[in-house]
Design a protein around this ligand. Structure first.
Ligand code: GEK
Length: 246
C-alpha cells in the first residue's frame, strides 16, 4: 500500500531539486493522484486507447513508467494476440517497486500481457518496432533541447496504425490564462489536503527539473518529429494528453 505524501510537510532550510528516490517511490501513487488533475482518468483511458492502436504481435512502450500505472492499464484493456509491454524508467527504486506491483497484478489476474521492465534512460534506449508508446508525464522531465530528437526516434519506431500518447503539464502563452489555470491547480492541491508550505516547497523542488511547454510547442514539435496528426483527447486545468499519429 502507498503511504500518504508528507515529503514537503516540514519546513526545509534549503529545498533540494526533486528526484525520483526511495522516499518519493513510497508515496508516489498518493502524490501523483493528489497533484495531477485527471490522472486516474488519463491512465485508465490510455489502456482503452491502447486497445485501439495495438496491433497483434507488437511491443507497447510505457516510457517513464514509474510504478507501472499505464502498464497495468494496458494489461487490463489490450486483448490483441502476441503483444507485450516494455516499461522503462531510469529510477532504480521505481523499477524495483514497479516489479512488485506487476507481480501482484499477475497474482490476481490470468492471461495478462507479458511485461519486461528496463532500468534505463529513455534517451539511450534501443527502440523496437512498436504500435503504442505512452509518455505519460515523462517528456516534461527531459531537457528541452533533447525533446525533438527523442520524439523523432519514437516516430521512427512506430508501426503504421500505431500511436504515441503524450501527457504533459502545460504552460500557456497568454499570461491571464496561465495565471488562472496555475491558481486553479493550486486550488486542486489545497482541496486534496496539501498545505501552503507543501505546495510552495514542492514548487521550488520541481521548478528546475520539470519544464512544461505550451500546447502549440508540443504540436509543432510532434509535427517536426514526423508525426502526421496531433489530437488532444483530454485536458483538466493545466494538464493535457495528446494522441500523435505516425
Ligand atoms: C505514470 N508515467 O504513473 N529516462 C527514463 N525515465 C525517466 C527519465 C529518463 N530520461 N526522466 C524521467 N524519468 C507515470 C508517471 S512520472 C511523472 C511518470 C511525475 C522517469 C522518472 O524516474 C519518473 O518515474 C517518471 O519519468 C516521471 O503514469 O512524477 O510527474
Amino acid at each position: 500500500m502507498s503511504e500518504s505524501d508528507r515529503i514537503f510537510a516540514q519546513p526545509q532550510t534549503q529545498v533540494p531539486d526533486f528526484t525520483f528516490n526511495e522516499d518519493v517511490v513510497r508515496v508516489f501513487p498518493d502524490m501523483i493522484k493528489r497533484s495531477v488533475p485527471g490522472y486516474p482518468t488519463i491512465v485508465e483511458n490510455i489502456g482503452v486507447l491502447g486497445a485501439r492502436f495495438a496491433t497483434p504481435n507488437s511491443v507497447l512502450y510505457d516510457l517513464g513508467c514509474s510504478l507501472g500505472a499505464v502498464t497495468q492499464a494496458l494489461r487490463r484493456h489490450v486483448k490483441s494476440d502476441g503483444c507485450r509491454v516494455i516499461g522503462v524508467d531510469n529510477s532504480a527504486p521505481m523499477i524495483e517497486r514497479c516489479g512488485e506491483y506487476l507481480r501482484a497484478q499477475d497474482a490476481m489476474h490470468q492471461e495478462l500481457l507479458p511485461v519486461e521492465l528496463i532500468e534505463a534512460d529513455i534517451l539511450k534506449l534501443d527502440l523496437k518496432p512498436c504500435s503504442l508508446i505512452a509518455l505519460n508525464f515523462t517528456l516534461q522531465f527531459i531537457a528541452p533541447e533533447q525533446r525533438l530528437e527523442l520524439l523523432t526516434r519514437l516516430h521512427s519506431a512506430l508501426l503504421p496504425g500505431g500511436a504515441l500518447i503524450l501527457s504533459e503539464k502545460l504552460r500557456f502563452a497568454d499570461e491571464q490564462e496561465h495565471d488562472l489555470l496555475t491558481d486553479l491547480h493550486i486550488d486542486f492541491k489545497r482541496a486534496n489536503g496539501y498545505s501552503e508550505l507543501e505546495i510552495a516547497q514542492k514548487r521550488t523542488a520541481i521548478e528546475n527539473v520539470m519544464r512544461p511547454d505550451t500546447l502549440d510547442t508540443h504540436r509543432e514539435r510532434l509535427l517536426a518529429a514526423g508525426f502526421s496528426k496531433v489530437v488532444p483527447w483530454f485536458q483538466c486545468l493545466n494538464f493535457a494528453s495528446l494522441i500523435a499519429l505516425p
